[in-house]
Each structure stands twice: as C-alpha cells, then as structure tokens.
Design a protein around this ligand. Structure first.
Ligand code: PLP
Length: 280
C-alpha cells in the first residue's frame, strides 16, 4: 500500500470505517437475496426520509450503471439526450450510453460545465418529425465535472423547461452529497422538490466501498427498471452488502460529515496551489 495521496480521483480513497463495520455486521447468518431482505427495506426507508416518501429507489453497483440503466428505462432508441460536452456520460462511459441505451447524445459546449436553457434551446427541434431524433432528456451533473454547482433555482428552471417540452430532467449525482453540503440545503431541495425526474445517486465517492442508487421521483417512469437492471447485469444478488452500507451512510449524518470534509479538503487544495503559476 502506498502512503502517497492521489488527487486524480476520490476513488483513490478508502472506505469509511463505519461503512466497513456495517458490512461486517451484515455478514451474519442468511438473508433473502436480490433485495428481499431487511437491510434493503431499512435502507429504502432512509432514502425516503431524505428524498421524500413518493420515490422509487433501486441499488446498483456503480455510477456508470446508475446513469445508463436509469436513462434506458425512460427513453426509446429514437430519442436524444442533451448533456454538457464535459459530462461523465459523454466523456467517461466508453460510449456505453450510445451502445446500451441506443440514443443520440447531444453534447453542448460550456465554459463551466453547466447547462442553461439558452445553451439547450438550439438543440431542441424536430418534435414529431420522423427524420429527427426526438429530444427526451436533459442530463446535468451536480456538482459538475468541473466542480461547479447548480443552485436550486437553476435546476427548477431546467426542469420547467424540460417539462414544457415533454422532456425529463436527469441528474448524475455521483457526488450529490457534496453539492448539498456546499449549498447547505436538503438533498430533496436540489432534486425532487425542484422537478427532477430521475437521479443517479452516488455512495462510492463519499465513503462507501461500492453502491449507487437510481431514484425515480416520478414513479410512473420506473416501471421497467427492474427488468432493465437485470438485463444490464446490475441486480446485486447479495444486495444486503450494498443496503447495509447505505444504512450506515444515512445514519449519524455520515454522508454529510464526509461530504463536508471532502469539500474542505478541496478548498484547502485550492488555497495551497492557487499561486503556483504552472497550475491552471
Ligand atoms: C460525475 C460522475 N458520474 C458517474 C461516474 C461513474 O462512476 P463509476 O466509475 O462508479 O461507474 C463518475 C465516476 O467517476 C463520475 O465522476
């Protein structure tokens, strides 16, 4: 093991001790497989406390799967998904969205990683025209891949715009906890309460060993997810080892403590390197 710190990714860090303890305590006896266990019931209850009782939530192993399987559930192959050019969906998912979802990704250049209505508008055309991909999803990342953050008002504007055009708003929230901690708001205030339809929610980058969630705020949209998750090879058989992690994650404000800590460390890194002329 190396003592060197790696700044390339938060995936270089280990697992929070409380999460490890939760995995170990789940490792007793037998439990029903594929999510029919008490750990999963309790974890789902925690999600409802944070995101509202009217959600559907499903667990998967990783963030790429959360994005791709969630989006596949709510699109047809003739649809298009609009995202920033810098989106993980576009840059770091090995054209998995194009391959697995089968949709056209429309990528929008930005200076700060954030989409706005004005930037999206030129790409919204051809509704009902069989020659054109049918715009269906606006996908944003919160916080963005460039470390910027959407305010609740900015998200509300995007969801209103999406719904006005019979589209849906997706958030890649691999680090949603960091955004909520930074904005000092509840997680539902930057998701369901401001009109978000579907969220990929990250645990791994905030102290878990593995495990992400797909949250549908519009239950109607979720009805085929369980089949698509299984086809997509992301139905965890020993689900209790993801669910027990999420239970610990949402207990004693661990999610918030971890997110605040990493935000502080990012600020410290910024402070220490901002005067180094070689660093852009
Ligand atoms: C914004 C964002 N979304 C999704 C992912 C995908 O996560 P995974 O590597 O678990 O598939 C990452 C991973 O770094 C990410 O940074």
């Amino acid at each position: 093991m190396s003592n060197n710190k790696g700044f390339a990714s938060d995936n270089h860090s280990g697992v929070h001790p409380d999460i490890l303890k939760a995995i170990i305590s789940a490792n007793v006896g037998h439990a029903n497989a594929y999510g029919n266990d008490d750990y999963t019931k309790r974890a789902v209850k925690k999600f409802k406390e944070y995101f509202g009782s009217n959600i559907e939530v499903y667990f998967v192993y990783n963030g790429t799967a959360a994005n791709i399987l969630g989006l596949k559930t709510i699109t047809d192959s003739f649809n298009s998904i609009i995202c920033a050019e810098t989106a993980h969906l576009n840059v770091h998912e090995c054209c998995g969205p194009e391959n697995f979802i089968g949709c056209k990704l429309i990528t929008v250049p930005t200076v700060d990683g954030k989409l706005t209505i004005n930037k999206i508008k030129p790409h919204i055309f051809g509704f009902g025209d069989p020659h054109c991909a049918q715009p269906k999803i606006i996908s944003i990342t919160q916080p963005t891949e460039l470390g910027t953050v959407y305010t609740p008002e900015e998200i509300r504007k995007l969801s209103n715009f999406a719904h006005k055009n019979k589209m849906q708003l997706h958030i890649d929230g691999a680090r949603l906890c960091n955004a909520a901690a930074y904005l000092d708001v509840e997680m539902k205030d930057i998701t369901g309460n401001v009109g978000v339809d579907i969220l990929s929610f990250g645990g791994t980058k905030n102290g878990m060993m593995f495990g992400e969630a797909v949250i549908f705020f519009n239950k109607q949209l979720s009805k085929n997810f369980v089949f698509i998750r299984k086809q997509g090879m992301q139905l965890p058989s020993k689900m209790r080892f993801i669910s027990s992690q999420f239970e610990a994650f949402f207990s004693n404000d661990l999610w918030l403590k971890n997110a605040k800590h990493s935000n502080r460390m990012a600020q410290l890194l910024y402070k220490e390197i901002k005067d180094v002329s070689q660093v852009k």
